[in-house]
Design a protein around this ligand. Structure first.
Ligand code: SF4
Ligand code: SF4
Ligand code: SF4
Length: 403
């Protein structure tokens, strides 16, 4: 084991390989508050990558209802038990914006638990049984109900559920990569995408066992494991639609609820993904305590109990929800970029517009300005321009579908 810095945990942790960060890291922000669980993302991935024989139960992208849903069933509860979920203790008095923005995690990660217990493996984990993979939308829309006669009011509803959108997190310290005895799993230096070399893999399922998010999947027909490939041909600009520009993945581009924005986490504060995660701190990692530094970030749902959300997204939940409920002028502008283009936005700029609305939300003044937001591509050229107030397009009366 070596010591590497994990900024989600705000401290160094044990990992089998040296710290080696890509120049820019594949990342995405998902706004849970807007997801309608239409599963368009799920089907977009399925129809692109997992429609073959032996992949019938393989869903690289899935959307599950929390808290009862899960694919595979109860994946998170089972992993939390393995790392002793009572150990989810954070020291939050002394934060450092760069090294420990959420505070310091004082419990053990999946790697540290395996070392502490002297297990003969790099991380704790388990291999789900076949029946746990069979129902990808198990528990759909099942709500938790505290008291049947209670009305629901914000900030927390007494009856609640929410949708959790999931795919491989292309982690900075992947459990799957650490676990593989064949060294068949690698993380690309150019964009941090984590891939399984199909020629090296022998189907030992160590990745299935030690990925805490259960995102590598075993294909019995070929006896080889497979996982989300982050649609890398699109990321490399190989899709003709964007004329060589890096393009967002299938599951992001298809999102009907416009909840997803994908790009790269880098050092540019005007990169929309970097700004939302590192500067606005409105989007948080999923189960940071697992210790893999996952790279899909979530704006938590406003209505779910904070204790549940803090277990899932760490101690940054209150700040993230406060900022989302009464958004700043910049946040509102950046959020207007969600799903406005399929090309990856590398930088944004805001042109100020007039004030169009003001009100008070939870005792705080909120002002809305109709600013214009411009997104630029990798080459610095403008690829999208939109306004905070959604533009209205009037259809030509001669349109064929008009009645
Ligand atoms: S989510 Fe799992 S499969 Fe994906 S990189 Fe992380 S540990 Fe590996
Ligand atoms: S990024 Fe591509 S491969 Fe991965 S879940 Fe989304 S659509 Fe599937
Ligand atoms: S397409 Fe978007 S809105 Fe629909 S389920 Fe997927 S993430 Fe949610």
């Amino acid at each position: 084991m070596t010591l590497v810095h994990n900024w989600h945990l705000g401290r160094r942790m044990e990992y089998p390989y040296f710290e080696s960060r890509p120049k820019r890291q594949f990342a995405a922000v998902f706004n849970i508050n807007r997801c309608i669980a239409c599963q368009t993302c799920t089907m977009a991935c399925k129809s692109a990558w997992t429609y073959n024989k032996g992949q019938e139960f393989m869903w690289w992208n899935n959307v599950e209802t929390k808290p009862y849903g899960g694919y595979p069933q109860s994946w998170d509860v089972k992993t939390l038990r393995l790392i002793d979920s009572d150990n989810n203790v954070w020291y939050t008095d002394d934060k450092d914006e760069k090294l420990s923005p959420y505070g310091v995690y004082e419990g053990d990660t999946i790697f540290e638990t395996a070392a502490r217990k002297n297990l003969n493996q790099w991380a704790v984990g388990y291999v789900p049984e076949d029946k746990e993979w069979r129902a990808p939308n198990f528990g759909e829309d099942v709500a938790v109900s505290k008291k049947q006669d209670e009305f629901s009011t914000l900030p927390e509803h007494s009856r609640w559920f929410f949708y959790l959108q999931r795919l491989c997190n292309h982690c900075t310290y992947p459990g799957c990569l650490a676990a593989c005895p064949r060294k068949a799993i690698y993380k690309r230096k150019e964009d941090g995408i984590v891939l399984i070399d199909q020629k090296r893999c022998r189907g030992y399922r160590k990745c299935v066992e030690q990925c805490p998010y259960k995102k590598p999947m075993y294909r019995g027909l070929t006896r080889i494991s497979e996982k989300c490939i982050a649609c890398y041909p699109r990321i490399e600009g190989k899709d003709p639609l964007t004329e060589g520009r890096p393009m967002e993945t299938r599951c992001m581009a298809a999102c009907v609820g416009q909840i997803r924005l994908q790009g790269f986490l880098d050092d540019n504060p005007k990169n929309p993904v970097t700004w939302l995660i590192r500067h606005a701190k409105v989007a948080l990692p999923l189960y940071p305590q697992f210790g893999t530094e996952p790279n899909i970030y979530y704006i938590p749902p406003r209505w779910a109990p904070r204790s549940y959300l803090k277990q899932m997204f760490g101690p940054g939940v209150d700040e993230a929800i406060d900022k989302f409920m009464v958004p700043s002028r910049e946040l509102l502008a950046v959020m207007s970029l969600f799903r406005m283009t399929q090309s990856i936005i590398f930088e944004y700029a805001i042109e100020q517009g007039p004030k169009v609305f003001e009100t008070v939300i939870h005792g705080k003044k909120f002002e809305m300005f109709n600013d214009t937001v411009i997104g630029y591509g990798e080459d610095g050229k403008e690829i999208v321009r939109t306004t905070v107030e959604e533009p209205i397009h009037v259809r030509d009366p001669k349109h064929y579908n008009s009645i």
